[in-house]
Design a protein around this ligand. Structure first.
Ligand code: PA5
Length: 486
């Protein structure tokens, strides 16, 4: 027995020369079939002018209270991050390179904005981690296996990661702007204990990304001598992928962070300078606003047929709702992976209540393809074609069918998945969502609803100082009708 054999010529790998082409937004289908395109509505002209006004006079000037979290204007992701100095990036690369050179496995700890962008970008460039981590060190090109903890508290998952990395050379990056978020704090407590047991040089294997002065994590890092990078005051979690929150982990994964920020800078300058009719962020913000206020759209499905882009739609799921979902307003963002989900909630998108818009993440060309040897099988008609051909046909098919069924769609088109195109994407999307929220007169940079759940969880888990609130909660529980458990 030879074991499983890959037939010759089945897998095609092309090392594509980078084209440097920017991402685009195709919004030809953002309207209702037979009706007017959204951009033809008078409300759109008004909204896009307003988006321009908000951009130039609020976001860039940074004086309005709708931009503040407490006293701080939270627009550093726009005014500072893309313009970060080379010296700072060199230091990030140097510390990341030193850590990478001595580890087999890298654990990144964080939640929400301190997690999603890192995972999304690493997977878009390196490939989905569930498979990347199974490759040999040679196949990984010297990049460590990468795990994420602290984004939930599931004991079985956590134990499995600990067992998988046990006995290996490990490095840890703990990320928390506040330094006190419970989920990453618990994960870090567990990892810290194991690192101290396993390595005499444990402190040099742990890097923290947190506030420059405040918070429990900063204090602990100073005491322990961990290298630290700063989350700028004026950058909130979900807008932080282009700050050290994202940059350090990307650098450990061998991703070119200078190229990444060049992409962000490109998109930022485009947003500032382009006229409305070719301004991706403003067009997208104004179309979302009109869809929400005039077409009854409540849900935006963020779809892709590219497995390695699933993390990006998960990042979108946070950015939009946490920025806009206030005062009973905002569009819910739901990630969708095709064609898997076409066989599930695809039915609802096609024929359910018409309150859905859809935004596709389309990849023009990947480096890997697989040939379909269809002869003598039910897919004989696809013989010699490739999986990327089939994916394109099916995802475009879904797009067109949904549009025909009354779903306004638009597509971000990635010519290639590179640090440059990803940096662009984040910067366009952060601008688009911040503008969408501001068009609804919501402050995109606060998340009071998240604080509310944290208060309840703190009281239930016995955090000191929450005793009276815990009592109040348990009284509330007792008032519930016990006969309503079947
Ligand atoms: O976008 C946000 O602000 C949140 O999702 C935060 O990133 C998340 O709550 C984690 O916060 P912290 O980095 O303070 O631990």
């Amino acid at each position: 027995m030879n074991g499983f054999q890959i037939a010759s010529g089945l897998i095609r790998r092309e090392s594509l020369a980078k084209t440097g082409r920017p991402i685009r937004l195709d919004y030809r289908r953002f309207g209702l079939v037979g009706g007017k395109h959204v951009t033809a509505l008078p409300e759109f002209s008004q909204a896009s002018r307003e988006a321009r006004n908000i951009h130039d006079n609020l976001l860039l000037k940074g004086t309005d209270s709708l931009l503040k979290d407490g006293e701080v204007t939270m627009t550093g992701w726009k005014t500072d991050s893309p313009y970060r100095s080379r010296t700072e990036l060199d230091r990030i690369e140097q510390v990341a390179g030193e850590l990478r050179s001595k580890i087999d496995d890298f654990v990144s700890i964080g939640i929400g904005g301190s997690y999603l962008g890192n995972k999304a970008t690493i997977e878009a460039v390196r490939g989905s981690l569930e498979l990347f981590n199974l490759l040999s060190p040679e196949q990984r090109g010297g990049i460590p296996r990468i795990f994420f903890l602290g984004n939930h508290m599931d004991p079985a998952y956590t134990a499995r990661v600990l067992e998988i990395i046990s006995g290996r050379s490990v490095g840890v990056n703990v990320i928390s702007k506040s330094g006190g978020t419970v989920e990453p704090a618990i994960a870090f407590a567990i990892l810290k204990e194991c690192m101290e047991k396993g390595f005499s040089d444990h402190a040099s294997r742990i890097v923290a990304v947190t506030d420059k002065a405040k918070g429990a994590l900063k204090k602990l890092s100073n005491e322990m001598g961990y290298a630290t990078f700063e989350v700028p005051d004026n950058v909130g979690g979900r807008y932080s992928v282009t700050s050290p929150v994202g940059l350090f982990g990307l650098a450990v994964a061998g991703i070119n962070i200078k190229e990444f920020l060049t992409g962000a800078l490109f998109a930022e300058e485009e947003t500032r300078q382009r006229p409305l009719d070719s301004n991706i962020a403003m067009l997208r913000a104004a179309m979302r606003y009109v869809a929400y206020t005039k077409l009854g759209i409540k849900i935006e499905v963020a779809s892709t047929g590219t497995f390695d882009l699933k993390g990006i739609s998960a990042w979108m799921q946070q950015l939009g709702p946490e920025s806009e979902g206030k005062h009973k307003q905002g569009i819910w963002i739901s990630p969708e992976f095709y064609t898997q989900d076409a066989h599930a909630n695809g039915q609802m998108i096609q024929m359910g209540e018409r309150n859905i818009m859809e935004t596709f993440l389309m990849l023009e060309k990947g480096e890997t393809d697989v040939v379909i040897p269809g002869k003598g099988t039910p897919v004989e008609y696809l013989d010699g074609r490739t999986l990327s051909f089939a994916t394109q046909a099916f995802v475009e098919g879904l797009r067109d069918a949904h549009y025909a069924g009354g779903v306004p769609t638009m597509s971000y088109i990635f010519p290639e998945l590179t640090p440059f195109t990803l940096g662009q994407f984040y910067q366009y999307e952060m601008n688009a969502i911040a503008l969408s929220a501001l068009l609804l007169k919501q402050n995109p940079f606060i998340q009071p609803g998240v604080q509310q759940y944290k208060q309840v969880a703190d009281a239930k888990s016995g955090k000191p100082g929450t005793e009276s609130y815990a009592l109040e909660l348990s009284r509330g529980e007792q008032e519930l009708n016990p006969n309503l458990i079947a």
